[in-house]
Ligand binder design. Structure first.
Ligand code: CTP
Ligand code: MG
Length: 229
């Protein structure tokens, strides 16, 4: 089943403290964003990649698309102040019906099998997100004291990709924009419409590279996959 993917890549990577967009950092033999893009480049069901970038990174991204022979990347979309703006700007360039995935540029370890599960599920339910069960015990606290222990079995750590019917995601973003509502993911905008979002279990390798130690975890994940674990 065909889909298009929006990849927000217009952040500054402040928490990575690298002095530049973390997506341009080298991870083994290529930049982080190239790892991410190559997953979708290799997936036959992916018809187009819409990349939202910061204007300052235009030349760097253009060179990568050329040097790594990436053929599915559409003309770049300029991102916005928040991730949500960057996704919405990209979404506005898609006029077709069908399925759209939104996937963070900073998650280079997404696997084809989980993309397939999401695409299958979104065809049934209209909205589906990748997630993994929470491993730790989670408590709510205020002023340094525990208020409540939250029942763990119902908790999920939410990742991307998040998959939607294009028309549904357009409606959700348009309403969020007119309400001046900012959510931390795309699904939360859809949830506000009262639409049910399906949870699809992915895996713990699909981390988002956020802080400097994540680069060490990333190397370990690459090592692990080389060993076929
Ligand atoms: N992103 C974006 N536009 C923004 C902010 C973020 O396209 N205005 C993208 C990032 O490039 C990243 C993804 O959204 O691929 C997830 O965001 P995050 O991990 O928070 O990255 P940054 O915003 O770059 O990092 P930080 O919050 O530490 O500055
Ligand atoms: Mg951010």
């Amino acid at each position: 089943m065909n889909y298009q993917v929006i990849i927000p890549a217009a952040g500054k990577g402040k928490r990575m403290r690298a002095g530049k967009n973390k997506l341009l950092l080298q991870l083994e033999d290529r930049p982080v964003i190239v790892h991410t893009l190559q997953v979708f480049e290799a997936d036959q069901d992916c018809k187009q990649i819409i990349l939202s970038i910061h204007p300052d990174d235009k030349e760097a991204f253009s060179n990568l698309v050329k040097d790594f022979g990436l053929t599915k990347v559409a003309p770049f979309v300029m991102g916005g102040k928040e991730r949500q703006d960057s996704v919405y700007n990209a979404l506005k360039t898609i006029d077709e019906e069908g399925i759209v995935l939104v996937h963070d540029g900073a998650r280079p370890f997404i696997k084809k099998e989980h993309i397939d599960s999401l695409v299958n599920r979104v065809n049934i339910d209209g909205a589906a997100i990748a997630a993994v069960p929470v491993k730790d015990t989670i408590k709510k606290a205020a002023n340094g004291f525990v208020q409540e222990t939250v029942e763990r079995s119902s908790l999920w750590m939410v990742q991307t990709p998040q998959a939607f019917r294009v028309s549904l995601l357009e409606k959700a973003h348009s309403k969020a924009a007119s309400d001046q509502y900012f959510g931390t993911d795309d699904a939360s905008l859809v949830e506000r419409l009262g639409v049910k979002v399906a949870v699809v279990e992915s895996d713990y390798d699909n981390i988002k590279l956020t802080t400097p130690e994540d680069l060490y975890f990333a190397k370990a994940i690459i090592e692990k996959s080389r060993k076929g674990v």
